[in-house]
Design a protein around this ligand. Structure first.
Ligand SMILES: [Zn+2]
Length: 424
């Protein structure tokens, strides 16, 4: 095992040291899921044993964990970790310090007591690509090493019911954001998560979770998932690089259902409370109320036919796709880099951001979908699908998918059973 084994013990001891250590832990404000998990793990231990603090002698060192915030300075962070000025100066000059990224949790063991107050024992943080940076005191100086610790991967199976938004449901079930986003991506050809999500929709998801020495780091790929939207069940299993339905149909569609990026900010029912400005029939397009700045994405591979200002449309992008399809995105606040006539775009690529240029009373995206030049309602038009699995792949797919679908079935049975129990 690595040097992490004593870390947790040390973390426990740290809490005895100074009541300030507890405050330091609780001050961590997680921003992303990976950090949230780290922060939660860090929080658990010191708080449970705080009650005994008075019974124990003050130890010689304490451990603190602090998040390196966006806009933070290294000097500021080291001060929050109670690292003394001399060591802080040495640390700031070190080349490993440049590996520190906003969002990283920095853990440090620091000496207490009159003589050596603030002297660093060791400090560590995870840098990009899971490189563990550890800086240790060696005599009067500091030595650093960068390791690639063994990241373990296991699977988690969770389910949730939508009450207000996909993210709220995921939060309640402890499902990380990156998993929710993958989920929306997997079913993005079938479900418009901005307009078709309903209270009572539910989902189950089996996904990878990566951890370091038993501490969860972040979620990995979605392996299998089920989504029940408005009473209709969609299921998918990852196979190769794609996601496929039980019958081998490719979940990836030639067109995405929604031109808006799915994110914590852009999701939720709030959007549907905004009245649509006009009906589809009246103006041949669909309006998505969304916060200004929400990313707008190409619904399919294509070529930019027009990107510029055009009367009531304001800033508008027109894309030409395979066959006779074209799409139009209006009222944009601006265009993504490289989006100009003739440029090639791929499905899901950001082409601009929601704004209110042209004839728009508030920030929203006006979206048109045309087949052979005629506007069609994108919410109801049948869209071409990507190729299904070939016959020779089906057998391997079924062998791979069957136990995964069985896990989803089992979860569904448990859910039904517990719902029945609740009514007794
Ligand atoms: Zn419109």
């Amino acid at each position: 095992m690595s040097h992490h084994a004593p870390l947790l013990r040390a973390a426990a001891l740290a809490a005895f040291a100074v009541s300030g250590a507890v405050a330091a832990f609780t001050a961590i404000v997680p921003a992303t899921d990976a950090e949230l998990l780290v922060a939660k793990t860090a929080l658990r231990e010191p708080l449970e044993i705080r009650a005994q603090a008075a019974l124990l002698p003050a130890p010689a060192t304490y451990i603190r964990a602090e998040r390196f915030e966006r806009g933070d300075t290294l000097a500021g962070l080291l001060a929050r970790l109670s690292i003394g000025a001399g060591d802080a100066q040495m640390l700031v000059r070190r080349r490993e310090a440049k590996l520190l990224r906003p969002g990283a949790i920095v853990t440090a063991e620091v000496r207490a007591g009159k003589e050596s107050e603030g002297e660093l024992v060791w400090l560590e943080f995870l840098a990009a690509r899971d490189a563990l940076v550890r800086i240790e005191r060696i005599g009067e100086g500091l030595a650093a090493r960068v390791e690639r610790p063994a990241i373990a991967t296991h699977r988690e199976l969770k389910s949730a019911v939508v009450r207000s938004s996909l993210f709220a449901a995921a939060d309640a079930a402890g499902i990380p954001d990156s998993v929710s986003i993958q989920l929306a991506d997997v079913f993005g050809g079938d479900i418009d998560f901005h307009r078709e999500l309903r209270v009572g929709d539910r989902f189950s998801v089996l996904y990878e979770m990566h951890s370091l020495d038993g501490r969860p780091l972040r979620a990995g790929r979605v392996i299998a998932t089920e989504f029940v939207n408005q009473g209709k069940t969609y299921r998918a299993v990852r196979f190769g690089e794609g996601h496929f339905a039980p019958d081998g149909k490719n979940l990836r569609k030639a067109f995405l259902r929604s031109p808006l990026e799915f994110s914590r900010v852009s999701s939720g029912f709030g959007m549907r409370r905004h009245p649509f400005l006009r009906s589809w029939r009246a103006h041949q397009g669909v309006d998505y109320a969304a916060r200004a700045g929400t990313r707008v994405r190409a619904v399919s591979d294509g070529i930019v036919e027009f990107a510029g200002r055009n009367g009531g449309y304001g800033n508008v992008v027109v894309l030409r796709h395979q066959g006779r399809y074209s799409t139009l995105y209006a009222h944009l606040s601006g265009f993504a880099r490289g989006i100009r006539a003739g440029a090639r775009v791929v499905q899901g690529e950001t082409i601009g951001a929601v704004g209110q240029t042209g004839w728009a009373t508030g920030p929203h995206l006006h979206y048109e979908f045309r087949i052979a030049g005629t506007a069609r309602n994108p919410l109801s038009v049948a869209l071409p699908a990507a190729a299904p699995l070939a016959t020779h792949e089906l057998e391997a797919f079924r062998a791979h998918a069957q136990p995964l679908f069985a896990q989803l079935d089992l979860l569904a049975q448990i859910r039904v059973a517990s719902a029945d129990a609740a009514f007794e």
